[in-house]
Design a protein around this ligand. Structure first.
Ligand code: SF4
Ligand code: SF4
Ligand code: FES
Length: 347
């Protein structure tokens, strides 16, 4: 039977010692990385610590880094992992990122789990609503909007690879934001406005850098980044625009629509906003602004990004098309809701 080397990142908490260790495991068709790790535990080194339960990509407990990316060990075939093995042919395995390691491949997921509590990811029906005879019904449109976000198995792979969570513990993170989105879009929930208000604050939707890592890592196609982008649009549509992120988005889009180019000179001041609260932030940007002026980068950038007359016309056409599409969707949604109401009444 062909052998495969696994290089495992280990941590011994009794001695506070991190080290790497190699093990060779026989490879057969259909064998997963989790199968290999179990074989190592059961036949070579019983001290290797890891979490697992279902072995069918359902419980979410076996997320770890395989060849540097977070994924479920039970869903990853050795043959798949071999495609991204290191130069020596070894498959590298390590604990998830952005969470403290307890032992070997086991991390403390407390920080990840607490983000759901902060995002209040539970249904909040109207407080004075009488419970219905059968069940709280939801519309198909509402369900279609969030059904992908309800597939989350809380494995933490997205949080492990999130580039913002790496530098900011206060960031709610992709999974909690995707779950929050699920409740924002649920038409049985009564706290949409309050949710959007709080999700637009520090650590919320505007702190995501749209790096796409969470979408790549997610084994359940929850599409957390897409949910975050939709939450931003929902917040802006709900009039929650008094924040850095939405001002930045509006200034960015407005500049491109009007002048056919990114206007870097106005982007920062207009994103920060106007008024006494903005003064400390403005002052903090002065050294960078002086450096940009000295290096003539602002002038060069303005020249470089200028669009031709035809280009500007094309940009305006794209904006118009998107706006028409949004109008069309809104009309369709309204017609669907009316039909749905009628069907419920008839029922
Ligand atoms: S897209 Fe946003 S939430 Fe997702 S990993 Fe990147 S920074 Fe984190
Ligand atoms: S969003 Fe995907 S990657 Fe993140 S915790 Fe849920 S299932 Fe795991
Ligand atoms: S063991 Fe349950 S998801 Fe892998």
């Amino acid at each position: 039977m062909p052998q495969q080397t696994f290089r495992i990142q280990r941590y011994d908490p009794t001695e506070d010692r991190s080290y790497e260790e190699e093990f060779a495991v026989g490879v057969e068709a259909g064998k997963t990385v989790l199968d290999a790790l179990n074989e190592i535990r059961w036949e070579q080194d019983g001290t290797l610590a890891l979490r697992m339960s279902c072995r069918h990509a359902i419980c979410g407990s076996c997320a770890m880094k395989i060849n540097g990316s977070s994924m479920l060990a039970c869903k990853t075939q050795i043959s798949q992992a071999q495609e991204r093995a290191d130069a020596s042919g070894a498959i590298t395995v390590g604990p998830m990122g952005n969470q403290p390691v307890i032992k070997d491949l086991v991390v403390d997921m407390g920080i990840f789990m607490r983000q759901f509590e902060r995002a209040e990811t539970w249904l909040q029906p109207p407080p004075d609503q009488e419970p219905p005879q059968r069940e709280f019904r939801q519309s198909k449109d509402s369900h279609d909007h969030w059904s992908h976000a309800s597939s989350c198995i809380h494995c933490g792979a997205c949080y492990s690879d999130c580039t913002v969570a790496e530098v900011d513990e206060t960031f709610l993170g992709p999974a909690a934001l995707a779950k929050a989105y699920r409740f924002v879009m649920d038409d049985r929930d009564s706290a949409k406005q309050e949710r959007l208000q709080s999700l637009s604050g520090p650590g919320g939707v505007w702190d995501c850098t749209r790096c796409y890592m969470c979408v790549q890592a997610c084994p359940k196609d929850v599409l957390p980044m897409d949910a975050i982008i939709e939450l931003r649009a929902e917040a802006m549509a709900a009039g929650i625009t008094n924040n850095h992120g939405s001002r930045h988005a509006k200034t960015f889009a407005g500049g491109v629509k009007k002048r056919g180019r990114l206007d870097e000179a106005t982007l920062v001041p207009l994103s920060i906003g106007i008024g006494p609260a903005a003064i400390p932030q403005m002052l903090a940007y002065i050294p960078s602004a002086i450096r940009l002026l000295r290096s003539r980068k602002l002038i060069e950038a303005a020249k470089r990004h200028a669009a031709s007359k035809d280009g500007r016309r094309e940009i305006k056409r794209i904006f118009q098309e998107v706006e028409d599409e949004k109008h069309h969707d809104a009309v369709n949604a309204a017609s669907y809701e009316a039909l749905h109401e009628e069907a419920l009444k008839a029922h």
